[in-house]
Design a binder for this molecule. Structure first.
Ligand code: NDP
Ligand SMILES: C[C@H](O)[C@@H]1OC(=O)[C@H](O)[C@@H]1O
Length: 259
């Protein structure tokens, strides 16, 4: 088991990519904490799924856009498990909308959740890891952020969203520098198009869905579970102890497929 007795927290862990990470972390021996925004029954079912595997989990409601939600989540984990080892910043929204008539509140909310929320959460997690100090092996913890292929390429209906994903990637690069001396590694995963609630409506358009599928050399859209292995790898100090400031595309090859 790659994360035996480690503590892993994940924001937006009740559904989609975050849930797949939480479940795989529990399979790998981690004790898990899940943050979610509003859907209590999804969070309860994620906790139930982990406990059914014999794992330990708790869920805490909190809007990541609220700076107070970050210390609340970290403190709840410390109360439950005594420490944190890996923090996965995953919560995000993508309300598809055209550029020219983009409402101000949609831009502001997307930035507050995806980028400001990532900043507050990673900062709170890092402070906890620094206060725990380095272990005998020199590591104090790791942070993995779910950025996106959209950090590197654009989207007509994602002009408010893609800058937040580029921001999250940049945040991991700068925190890798700021936190290296504390024994904290910071990395990003960049998913391609993964089938979750976030794009259910967008991909209900069959024409768009088959266009997106056609762009992927591996021949299929992603599943949330496709992200779990890469995140666990980056979290695991035995496997990825010299990896920090890195970004890992998990997109079935979509990014490199020009023609
Ligand atoms: N799916 C994809 O194709 C891709 C997704 N990503 C990124 O992956 C991450 C996860 O997305 P995905 O799994 O697809 O999305 P889902 O919609 O399936 O899940 C989103 C999760 O985030 C939570 N959440 C949403 N807003 C907040 C908030 N303000 N505070 C706390 N939790 C919140 C949701 O909780 P609740 O339901 O309670 O609101 C839910 O647990 C996002 O950052 C997204 O940008 C990146 C590239 C591709
Ligand atoms: C939500 C989209 O389907 C998804 O979000 C991303 O970050 C990817 O680039 C996809 O566009």
């Amino acid at each position: 088991m790659l994360l035996k007795d480690k503590v892993l927290l994940v924001t937006g862990g009740s559904k989609g990519i975050g849930r797949a990470i939480a479940v795989q972390a529990a399979r790998q021996g981690a004790k898990v904490g899940i943050n979610y925004a509003g859907d209590e029954s999804a969070a309860e079912s994620a906790v139930k799924e982990i406990r059914a595997l014999g794992g330990e989990a708790f869920a805490l409601r909190g809007d990541v856009a609220d700076p107070a939600s970050a210390p609340a989540f970290v403190n709840a984990a410390v109360e439950a498990y005594g420490r944190i080892d890996t923090f996965v910043n995953n919560a995000g929204i993508c309300p598809f909308h055209g550029f020219l008539d983009m409402p101000v509140d949609v831009v502001d909310r997307t930035i507050k959740v995806n980028l400001n929320g990532a900043y507050y959460m990673c900062q709170a997690a890092a402070n906890q890891m620094v206060s725990q100090g380095k272990k005998a092996n020199g590591f104090a913890g790791s942070i993995v952020a779910v950025s996106s292929i959209s950090a590197l390429v654009g989207g007509e209906f994602q002009t408010h969203y893609t800058p937040t994903k580029a921001g999250v990637l940049s945040l991991m690069q700068s925190t890798a520098i700021a936190l290296g001396k504390h024994g904290i590694r910071c990395n990003a995963v960049l998913p391609g198009t993964i089938l979750t609630d976030i794009n259910k409506d967008d991909l209900a358009d069959e024409k768009k869905r088959s266009y997106m599928e056609g762009r992927i050399p591996l021949g299929r859209l992603g599943q949330p579970e496709d992200l779990a292995g890469p995140v666990i790898f980056l979290a695991c100090e035995e496997m990825a102890g010299y990896v920090t400031g890195a970004s890992l595309l998990v997109d079935g090859g979509a990014f490199v497929n020009l023609q």
